[in-house]
Design a protein around this ligand. Sequence first.
Ligand code: PLP
Length: 444
Amino acid sequence: MTLAITPSTATTAVPAVVGADLRVPLVTGERVTYANLDHAASAPCLREVRDAVDELLPWYASVHRGAGFASQVATRVYEQARDRVRKFVGAHASDTVVFTRNTTDSLNLLARSVPKGTAVVLFDSEHHAALLPWRGPNVQRIPAPSSSGAAIVALDRALTAAPVGPRLVIVTGASNVTGELWPVAELAKVARRHGARIALDAAQLAPHRPINARELGVDYVAFSGHKIYAPFGAGVLVGRADWLQQAQPYLVGGGATAKVTDHSDRLGVAWSAVPERHEAGSPNVVGVHALASACEILSRHWEQTVAHEQELLTRLREGLRAVPGFRELSILTDADKVGVVSFTISGFDAGFLAAALSAEYGIGVRDGAFCAHVVVGRLVKQAGSHEERAVRASIGLGTTAEHVDRLVAALRTLVTEGPKWTYAQRDGRWVAEDDGRTLPPFLA
Ligand SMILES: Cc1ncc(COP(=O)(O)O)c(C=O)c1O
């Protein structure tokens, strides 16, 4: 895996995000700078991505369909984005690049495209987007291993037992629960030895580390624009064209069709070739341009990005370890990780902590089971909690040392002194009582 970047001290500036100086209200009536520690859910827009979108907007016009000059420009932008993304993930020139809505859409498309009877092998720690499209008798779910070595052995064993015929392994690049990096290159080697293809869910890897599909030996890569600082509604599936070319489109309509003919009793449809075959409807050229621009911007800054995030991650973990009752969730205990830390604090409900961090400290974190119910349920139980919920703090380009320090200090205060406000549970969510925080004027 191309991850050999040595973190240097994070002195060089990383790309700036929109909303870095956003001020949010507290329940006390004060306003503070927002500490966004929820990058793993959706990352803020990069300023350069916004500039790229601004540049495109005057030229915005229909893609593929118009003879007008602006249409030709928009079509060129859309088609060029395929090469920009192909380069970002180090794909083969022959790989197809299908634009989708997000990683979920990409993985569902792949699931609908595999040949009938394909044996699918995956770990049960996958995000629901990667876990749920694959169910049924041909699917082997491997219980989440506790180390990278155990993952490789378990995959080897599962593939040895898999039936003859087409085989596909699904694996995440970085866990959305723990941020741990999976040994993708080694797993791909095992897959290849057993004649299996391998698909990489890169939703959490793509914002944090360079990806080279050829070097990794993966056949498909899926990720989302909104997690790589391009929140304009586009995602992508890159990979081998043959299965996708043989598959019926799972979304049908204009753009996916080469020719429709009326046979009076039925319609005859000749579907387009990939990638258009799986891109029915008007393409999201703004989203795709934003996604491709983000790919290029990230590619220019890996060294600074990795250094920045690793420095903050170390600061965060060291700070949190000193909070009484803190337990960090971990799947692959020997793995390096990107800036994601999920944890429980004994005696405190995760939802309460997240609500108080927002209401009293202006900090945004995630609480719950992070669309990975199976593994979070197991890890939380191992951490000694009865709730199937944890708190997740996630770092990205918009994170500062002050955000990290504020979170650590806030948790320490909440745990040792309790909240300064009252909270209640409504409809299963913790909320601040008498919450007078006002919404921004554009919502008034
Ligand atoms: C590892 C992983 N895979 C897939 C997804 C799904 O991404 P999206 O919601 O953009 O479809 C996520 C989202 O959190 C994720 O973290």
